[in-house]
Design a protein. Sequence first.
Lengths: 312, 295, 471
Amino acid sequence: MEMYRQVFLLDRERMVTAMSTKMKRTGFILACLIPGLALFSLFRIYPTLQIFHKSFFMWSAIGDEPKFIGFKNFVDMFQDEVFLLSLRNTGILMLIVPVLTLAIALINASILSKSKLRESGFYRTVFFFPSILSFVVIAILWSFIYHPSIGFLNASMELIGLDEFVMPWLGHEKTVLWALAVTMVWQAAGYYMVMYIAGIDGISPEYYEAASLDGASRIQQFFSITIPMLWEIIRVTIIFIINGVISISFILVSIMTAGGPNRHSEVAITYLYGQAFKNGNFGYAMAIGVVVFIISLLLALLSNRLTEREAS
Amino acid sequence: MSGMQFTAASSGTAHTNTSLKSRIGRLLLRVILLAQSLFVIYPLVWNVLASFKTNKEVLLSPWSLPGSLNWDNFVRAFTTAKMGDYMFNSVMVVALSMAITLAVVVPTAYVLARMKFPGRKFLTNVYMAGLFIQGVYVVVPIFLVMNDLHMLDNRFWLSAVYAAGSMAFSVYLLIGFLKSIPREYEEAAMIDGCGYFGTLFRIIVPMARPGIITVVIFSFFDFWNEYVLAMTFISSEHKKTIPVGLSNLFEIQRYATDWGSLFAGLVLVLIPTIVVYSLLQKKLTEGMMLGGLKG
Amino acid sequence: MKRSWLTVIAVVFVVSSVLAGCSGNNVNNGGNASPEPSGSPETTASADPTGGGKTFENMELEVAVFQGGYGREYWDAVADSFMKDYPGTKINITASPQIAELLRPKIVAGNPPDFIYLPQGGDNQPIIDGFIKDNGLLELNDVFESQGENGTPIADSILPGVLESKAMSPNGDGKVLFAPYNYGVMGMWYNKNLFDTKGITLPKTWDEFFALNSVAKENGRALFTYQGLHPGYLEEIIIPAIFNVGGKEALDQFFNYDPEFWKSETFKKVFGLFEKIANEDNALMNGTVALNHTQSQTDFLMGKSMFIPNGSWFEDEMKDAPREDGFQFGFLGVPSFDAGKPVMALTSVELFMIPAKAKNPELAKEFLKYLYTEKSVKLNGEKAKAVMAVKGAPDLVKEYISATTYEIFKAVDGGMEALNGAFKTPAQGSKFNPGDEVYQPLSSIMNKQMTLEEYGDKLYEVYTNIQKEYQ
């Protein structure tokens, strides 16, 4: 009996300590998670739910109560010519910019890491530099580069005798998107280049040596080794760039072109912003947000799916 | 891969055979790379030159040099354009956002990477989904939330929004990093009676330093350059950050045609960026590799 | 200078009076035109009849002003002067070129400033429209009925027709919701020195205008440029031209969204001008479409174009900008279509307003009255180089503004015809911003990417849709 009690007591003690460690553990987990979760919920999760919810309302900001209108915002959107144009412009940028950026970044990365030039550190530093500049600074600088009369671009074309191609790059419907795209590529190519260099440095040199023994040229090596080995990184970066295009295009367009000429450089996000904060159509703006969000998500999934197949 | 063992033996001959060809190839590569470098650097050089030009000189050929150094431009950028105020605000907002980010991200990432508890997977996925939700999509509802809670035009809350915005990416990055730290260290610390918090701060944080530095670097540039949210949430002139202040300056140029001080303002913003970049360059590219590869 | 896309009052006047340097005898200044500057802004408080002695429950006033071509010096100066005349009051001025963005959150939060100055149009128009839609403004009739410093109601000192205009009393119910500030006169400008030395005659009709193209070419410049990125500036030509061809009815059609306007002869004639400018060799300055307003205006000053539309703030706005040798500002106005009709110009008035939710409406009204005192009008002339929409204002500020500007204002002071010059506020929740809809496509016409017919068809549809939204 005595013995039994003794054992029982011991067990209880152990249980108590076990319980208190468990509680401590739970307390720790909660203490770690709650502040972050609170912040994230307030400024990310709740607003995200809001754009989905409020996209079904007509809601002009100053004063009035949101009025439920079902899918009307979405129906209107696809009859709204300016929105469709802005969507088209966004789509074009999402296509041109990732392709050009990736191509240039990959080529430069493989040149710099494979050719072992003495000054490759210099190029790396220089090429990377634009990606740390403020988008606002970039936008202001490039609006002067494209300036029709005092701009660097037209002046250098005149210098090398291409006078006939001199034009107001930001002022023409046919060139304005390209001009913006070039600015974005200028900004981003170095950043992705550095990522790819890291990736290429991680590829075992033996592959390249073996390939050159087999008589593969540099270019063949690029396609048969570098690209396949970097494939996973490339997949991730494609999604990064698509996301990047959305946010940088907002800044470039609002500073460099104000959406002009005749809305040919309006992008979905600038239109969204204008509808919300200029026209006071908060509900409509949120509906646009939902559509753009879904489209970019689909695009990311699609590119993921496509690249997956090619990889295997 | 079958050729591997021959590599060492044959590489010598391969080199001599191609040496002339590779020299021409290298020259060509250098030309291409230099042309690109010029393309990257020229706008910045032009900007520095223009910051010393008078208004009339700015309008002349983009190749011309300034007739004399107009330091006036810089003085005006500081006085009339208030670049000093903007810079102070930017530094403050960046520091605050960084502090908040680290305070919430490190514990969150640690718990998600290391502890087993119900809902962990779900929570991790919530943060991962956050990677796709950029500030620009939700700027309108965040604005409305902040309005309801009287958080607008407040630098602290702007910093909090920044921190929330960088959480998804930072948590994702740190989880990857923390998972690579061997468990033995924590177990040893726990046995030594460190407790959970002690283990986190005394053992994990120092070990995770490279990952944390990566988070700091990525967030620094995000916060320092952020424009849309700052423009929307901050309304008082004296609370504006540099990007908003600059675009404001660009707007004012449209009214007052003082290009010299605009370019001087741009240079003033470039200088700290260049300094930070040159100091951090190595860490930065290392960090990027982490960010890219672990991801 | 950010200028208004939507204009308040169209003014018709005979250009010869501008050129002759109109005498000024036709304006009765009501005895308040004292030629010598009476008292510096440092005049003591007791000297001011409206000031001193008054106390207010709340002595603090939040003032938000747009910082455009007129700068902010006037506001700092007039606030100082007011605080001296009303001891114990405290005025806080917030000024910004993007004032609309600063105001929006405060208005939404129900915490607007006590007093606001905004020009019409651009980013500011939605704020103004929002205030109108939501009844968010204090009625100002009592301010204008109250006595000014010379013993007559303040209303009597305002330019005739302004307070009754749709811009100031937007609901047409006699309630004055906005108070007028500066007014600007807009039209085409030229280099007077060039015209004088080369003996070029100013065009009175559009035919004469286009005939000058060859002369422009001989002088190494294009005929015309405008503020490319902001095609809204072209309204300075469009509105008087519509009035010229179709009269008041056509303007009403245009501003009140009658789709038939875009099928009318008026439309074809007026907007055909731009198609002609786009198509004729040397008519449009190269690169115009891509330039913002200071860029295109600088090119004009540098002698790259013969004409440019702009407002009376032009000289002040460009005071630091480089220019060709001997450049002198000359104001033409807008040519007419028929030889018989006068050259025209457009004016716009900028707005003061007091939100209904202002915390200190009493002091705000007192401040508003103060702005119409002679002292303030002069201060405005001195610091902002601007002319308030007050009778005799051009003479009060004559010493501060250039001779050209003075003559423009005097000419307008002479014969004005007040017209409805603002787009009707679109229905609540409307997706359309009428100014953008109408003026943005002009870039495409200038780029020859859109024909006049396509433009007319597009706008017909837009107007039909805007109309639908009202239902």
